[in-house]
Design a protein around this ligand. Structure first.
Ligand code: NOJ
Ligand code: CA
Length: 536
């Protein structure tokens, strides 16, 4: 039987790095691969065992590097392919795997394939992208097109910005002559190229890929059937040749994504309600005027609404793979927006004790703020979540020795902005607590990706939320009160079976067959209920 997923995923905790903003090793103002290598000791100290790197390939950076002009070359501003290989090895020596960002759906308009594809004369790349049959194409299509760009008489289909033409994997149900079927040799050639790109980086030492817009590969594809079939081919290739490699999708439909062969799927706020119901909406416009999730001090969210969807997704993942919630990413308003450090800590406690594979966005572990910044490289509102990592109290928060004006993005100007060094010195800092939570998760299978999850106390529009994690003999009870007022849970002791609460003892009081948990405002407790005498 093929393995469901590589063993290392069961206790994986990922750290996401936006390359230009992590650490600048050569003082040119922009983060780079050598800079990431220089900070691996920090990540090892933090306790994560995997990194996701946002795209680090050659690009004109009209969309932060999601507009690739050469899949086989590290962007010169970040270093060289040799540097990236070195990163893979240096990380591996510290027990950390590195996955890359795969952008299969589109390239930059500057990619040589696209330049060829624009030409009037037919050539090898004519059908590498999706083109309509008119340059002056003002008809209505379901797909977005850019008109009047090329010599050839056609308009190209885009996946995101105008500068990201869609690669041609064909249409499941073509309705126009210019829509090629998936079996067309040009569409098959696109697939072969993608496989080649993946193999190149896996051979170089990458541990897998986070796949951009994974659901939008084949167009007009009801139920994503052809898209799923394609990813299954990719997965079969991985299982055969790179059984340790992982694939995680930007899909937000775990049932479909896991059927397609992904080991995990991101639950993003705009596609799947889970993220919003837990953490609130985090799109353009800032956090304050957006709907609150359950993890909000105003106590406006409803954990039962979250559980309705989450438990259903979890059921669909069982026996197949995982789902991934994240503290943030390069597309979201930072978690810190509108929240205190204490509130952040409660959120980390939840994300690091839920099943699945959690992702920490760089800087969230110290509570970096979302800055109000003008657009940079197609970031728009997202730019504020991409500012330089704050390492210490030295110049530019230790990110770079470049003059301030040459930095990729400005450092948070607040005098008391959080830093890694500052929080390492303080045993009660967010960073130290995050580190403890990661260690706890990685030490105990019950808390890891595959441990069972059972809500114990969850009431409509009320706090706290109490759940059990269990695997083998291990049992942990987690209680969460995000609201800024005290909260009490009372439930039947039978729900927990026997077991002795360890820490913190005060919080869990058993009287007869009832258990009550009293919690202070904005607080959490993780209680080890493993009966240490059982099974001996
Ligand atoms: C999702 C990526 O996360 C985002 O940053 C990018 O702009 C789009 N996909 C287009 O590739
Ligand atoms: Ca640099």
């Amino acid at each position: 039987m093929t393995k469901l997923y590589p063993a290392w995923l069961s206790d994986a905790v990922f750290y996401q790095i936006y390359p230009p903003s992590f650490y600048d090793s050569n003082g040119d103002g922009i983060g780079d691969i050598k800079g990431i290598i220089a900070r691996l000791d920090y990540l090892q100290w933090l306790g994560v065992n995997a990194i996701w790197l946002n795209p680090c390939f050659a690009s004109p950076f009209r969309d932060g590097g999601y507009d690739i002009s050469d899949y086989y070359r590290v962007a010169p501003r970040y270093g060289t392919n040799v540097d990236l290989r070195r990163l893979f090895r240096a990380a591996e020596r510290r027990g950390i795997r590195v996955i890359l960002d795969l952008v299969p759906g589109h390239t930059s308009v500057d990619h040589p394939w696209f330049r060829q594809s624009c030409r009037a004369q037919r050539n090898k790349y004519t059908d590498r992208y999706i083109w309509t049959d008119q340059g002056m194409d003002f008809r209505r299509h379901d797909l977005r097109t850019v008109n009047g760009y090329a010599e050839r008489d056609g308009s190209y289909v885009t996946n995101f910005f105008w500068s990201q033409p869609a690669l041609n994997y064909g249409f499941a149900k073509p309705t126009q002559l210019w829509q090629l079927p998936v079996t067309h040799p040009a569409c098959q050639a696109t697939r072969r190229e993608l496989m080649k790109i993946m193999r190149y980086w896996l051979d170089a030492g990458a541990a897998g890929f986070r796949v951009d817009m994974a659901s939008s590969i084949v167009k007009n594809d009801p139920g994503h059937r052809q898209t799923i079939a394609w990813w299954r081919e990719v997965r079969a290739m991985l299982d055969a040749k790179y059984p340790q490699a992982m694939l995680i999708s930007e899909w937000s439909n775990p049932a479909a994504a896991l059927r397609a062969g992904f080991h995990s799927d991101f639950l993003l706020p705009w596609e799947n309600p889970c993220h919003k119901l837990l953490l609130g909406a985090r799109g353009p416009g800032g956090a304050s005027d957006q709907p609150a999730g359950f993890l909000d001090r105003r106590g406006r969210g409803d954990i039962t609404a979250f559980l309705d969807v989450y438990l259903d997704c979890l059921r669909q993942c069982r026996g197949r793979g995982f789902m991934s919630l994240m503290t943030g990413n390069h597309d979201l308003v930072r978690l810190r927006q509108g929240r205190t450090m204490a509130e952040l800590e409660v959120i980390f406690a939840v994300l690091l004790t839920l099943p699945g594979i959690p992702f920490i966005y760089y800087g969230d572990e110290i509570g970096m703020k979302h800055l109000d910044l003008p657009n940079k490289e197609g970031g728009y509102f997202r730019t504020g979540a991409r500012t330089p990592m704050q390492w210490d109290g030295s110049r530019n928060a230790g990110f770079s020795t470049a003059p301030k004006g040459k930095l990729y993005l400005p450092v948070d100007p607040a005098k008391n902005h959080p830093t890694v060094a500052g929080q390492q010195e303080n045993s009660n800092s967010l960073l130290q607590h995050v580190r403890d939570l990661i260690a706890l998760r990685r030490k105990h299978p019950a808390l890891s990706g595959e441990g069972e999850f059972a809500p114990i106390y969850a009431r409509k529009q009320a706090c706290p939320f109490v759940y059990l994690r269990r695997k083998g003999r291990e049992r942990f009870l987690v209680a969460i009160n995000p609201a800024n007022k005290p909260a009490r849970a009372r439930f039947d002791a039978k729900l927990l079976q026997s077991g002795k609460p360890l820490a913190p003892k005060k919080i869990l009081v058993a009287t007869g067959d009832q258990i009550s948990i009293d919690m202070g405002p904005v607080s959490y407790a993780i209680m080890d209920l493993t009966d240490s005498t059982a099974g001996r």
